[in-house]
Design a protein around this ligand. Structure first.
Ligand SMILES: [Zn+2]
Length: 669
């Protein structure tokens, strides 16, 4: 197969969020937190109204830059991104849940940003207040283009959420300035130290139609990794101001600038930077039909998911520099696995799926969303994991050690918080992942209960999914429309066995049973399997389809090259990874073995975490009682006692107090 043969002529797109209503039992409790807990909390944080929290000052910075207030800038160089991410979450939330009061507050913030905009269009409170002469002089560490990108993404989300264009116009003026500043024949030939503006300019192009935004995004991507290295040269300039101590001895690999992007075959460097860059590469590959660029996306994707990704869909195995390391290096107790990186991986995968209509990408998107993204937020929405280990022993998560970044309890929001608002926007925009559409039809990607209005070639279709996924591996799909849908593809998840689609002809009623208890009546629907989708070959408009598959709790092993997981297994059920917690299994989870020859038992526990399936396994525990406290080493044989192991879904760990947690369990052979 030649390069880029996988690309569709016409890519698929997400359904606008205001056309989707999610009613899903599994997700709704998390999504509701965005509107009721996260957005108000972050608003208070940004205004320094939370008593014991670190000062944010980010709204005040804009007021000072606007001349509304006197004072000095406070915070990190990218402090403005907190405002941007808040506005993006608000935009996504307003699309699904209109709220006049919130919209009024957001409008005021947008007006403030407008007032802080410089006459030439420039926006950045740090450089405006502190270093007006230093603009664009530190692309390595200054985060100017990165910050601009987040503001642009916020403007796009706010436009989609409210229909208001003012923020888009403000950011377009800034985008125009950037397009006039950077380019082959322009004043500056640089590119950002932290990718983000590339994908943001492309999103801004989609809502404004201004080709220069797309071209500048392409310029930034094409320039990256050229010789001599822009960042190494920049750092040699007289007066170059170092900002971050960890950038000493700068590695171009850290910012994916070690090679031109088309020559990159392995995912390297800071994981969040990497996946944000790959998102833009995928968009540009499609827009310019750039086969070489698309092949690079495929190579990078394959390297991640085949060799460098945790079973939980997290990436970045080194705590130092939050970066990728080498193939199969996936340590469980000292990894970084930033929540933002999994969100970026989901965004990259979503783009690849939309460009290729290949469901293999959605399998990874789902894995990242259901496990790592969700683990990032506590059930009450008030604390967050930035780092997502697969094994924790709270006692050894010590400062000034190789595990100082690993936290055994979720952290409160802190000044310049990247992951919490990223989780907020992801939850508020979850609808974008459910379907993919173009004029050829619609793909059902995630099995999340929703009602959706679909506009295809002048026709309106109503899609309805009734689902108790992932607790039950069955869902109902109804399509209503005047005419037949041009095409319908329903994802066949890689873990689903005995997949079948039947037409039940029933009207969906409340309390209708689904899942394995329900009697599946009806006729098999004609379909063919294409790249992980069941392509429906008959007109199903006005009909009710029931899709069922088996995905029982299963032991999963890692490729033996993954040293950290040798001799171990984990348990998965559908997309969910399971974990042992101390509260269920006692201390020292490393002293446990699981008997993989014995069956796993599933129990639905309605009271636990809002209702989840827990899993029990047969196991053994190494006896501790024969060892005295003064004995560190000895020759006595190991004694094992029978024990029952209880596993809960990984995303819910640490919702019942602090304790040990472990995903990969020693296998008793
Ligand atoms: Zn983050």
């Amino acid at each position: 197969m030649g390069e880029g043969d996988q690309m569709l002529k016409k890519r698929m797109n997400s359904v606008p969020l205001n056309f989707i209503r999610i009613g899903d039992k599994f997700w709704k409790k998390h999504i509701d937190l965005v509107e009721h807990a996260i957005i108000p909390y972050q608003w208070d944080a940004m205004n320094d109204n939370i008593p014991d929290a670190e000062s944010s000052h980010c709204i005040e910075n804009f007021k000072i830059a606007a001349g509304d207030s006197k004072g000095d800038f406070y915070g990190a160089v990218f402090q403005d991104t907190d405002v941007a991410k808040w506005l993006e979450a608000v935009g996504c939330s307003l699309a699904g849940h209109p709220d006049k009061e919130l919209e009024r507050t957001a409008d005021e913030v947008i007006n403030l940003i407008g007032r802080a905009q410089q006459p030439d269009g420039y926006i950045n409170t740090y450089f405006t207040i502190r270093e007006p002469e230093g603009r664009w002089s530190n692309l390595t560490e200054g985060h100017e283009l990165y910050t601009a990108g987040h503001l642009m993404e916020a403007a796009v989300a706010y436009y989609y959420g409210t229909g208001k264009r003012k923020f888009v116009e403000i950011m377009s003026r800034f985008a125009d300035l950037i397009c006039d500043t950077f380019g082959k024949d322009k004043k500056l030939q640089g590119y950002p130290g932290h990718p983000e503006i590339e994908l943001a300019l492309i999103r801004l192009y989609y809502v404004t139609g201004r080709k220069s935004y797309l071209e500048t995004a392409k310029y930034f991507v094409d320039m990256r990794g050229g010789e001599p290295n822009y960042f190494l040269e920049e750092r040699k300039q007289p007066g170059y101001k170092k900002i971050f101590p960890e950038f000493e001895g700068y590695l171009p690999l850290y910012s994916q600038s070690h090679l031109p992007v088309r020559e990159q075959k392995t995912a390297e460097g800071h994981a969040v930077r990497a996946v944000y860059l790959y998102c833009a590469m995928a968009d540009l590959a499609y827009e310019y039909k750039a086969q070489g660029l698309f092949s690079a996306c495929e190579d990078l994707w394959n390297n991640i998911v085949q060799k460098r990704m945790y079973v939980t869909g997290s990436i970045g195995s080194s705590g130092l520099l939050e970066r990728f390391t080498t193939d199969y290096d996936l340590p469980n107790d000292c990894n970084y696995s930033e929540t933002c990186a999994s969100i970026g991986l989901a965004l990259f995968g979503m783009r690849m799926a939309q460009i290729t209509r290949d469901a293999k990408y959605v399998d990874v998107v789902e894995r990242a969303l259901y496990n790592t993204m969700l683990a990032g937020i506590a059930l009450d929405g008030k604390s967050f994991f930035y780092v997502n280990p697969l094994e924790v022993w709270p006692d050894n998560c010590l400062e000034k050690t190789s595990r100082e970044h690993v936290k055994s309890i979720r952290q409160k929001w802190f000044g310049v918080a990247c992951c919490p608002p990223n989780i907020a926007r992801t939850l508020a925009s979850l609808g974008q992942y459910i379907y993919a559409v173009n004029e050829e039809g619609v793909c059902v990607n995630l099995f999340i209960e929703n009602d959706c209005e679909l506009r295809l070639g002048g026709e309106i279709y109503l899609m309805r999914i009734k689902s108790r996924f992932p607790q039950e591996h069955s869902f109902i799909l109804q399509v209503t429309g005047e005419t037949a849908l041009p095409g319908l593809w329903i994802r066949v998840p890689s873990y689903g066995k005995n997949y079948q689609i039947v037409c039940t002809e029933e009207v969906i009623g409340e309390g209708q049973k689904s899942g394995k208890d329900a009697q599946i009546l009806g006729r098999r629907v004609a379909c063919s399997i294409e790249k992980g989708y069941a392509h429906i070959l008959e007109d199903v408009a006005g009909k009710t389809l029931q899709i069922t598959f088996d995905a029982p709790a299963t032991f999963v092993r890692a490729n033996p090259n993954v040293r950290a997981d040798a001799g171990r297994v984990c348990v998965m059920r559908g997309p969910l990874v399971y974990a042992l917690e101390e509260v269920d299994n006692g201390a020292n989870l490393e002293a446990l073995y699981v008997d993989t020859k014995q069956p796993l038992t599933e129990t639905y526990e309605p009271e636990l975490f809002g209702g989840v399936v827990t899993i029990k396994a047969h196991g053994k525990r190494v006896e501790q009682s024969q060892w005295s406290e003064s004995e560190l080493y000895g020759t006595k044989p190991v004694t094992l006692t029978d024990t029952e192991l209880k596993l809960i879904p990984y995303p819910y760990w640490n919702n019942r107090g602090e304790g040990e947690m472990c995903v990969w369990i020693k296998e008793r052979l």
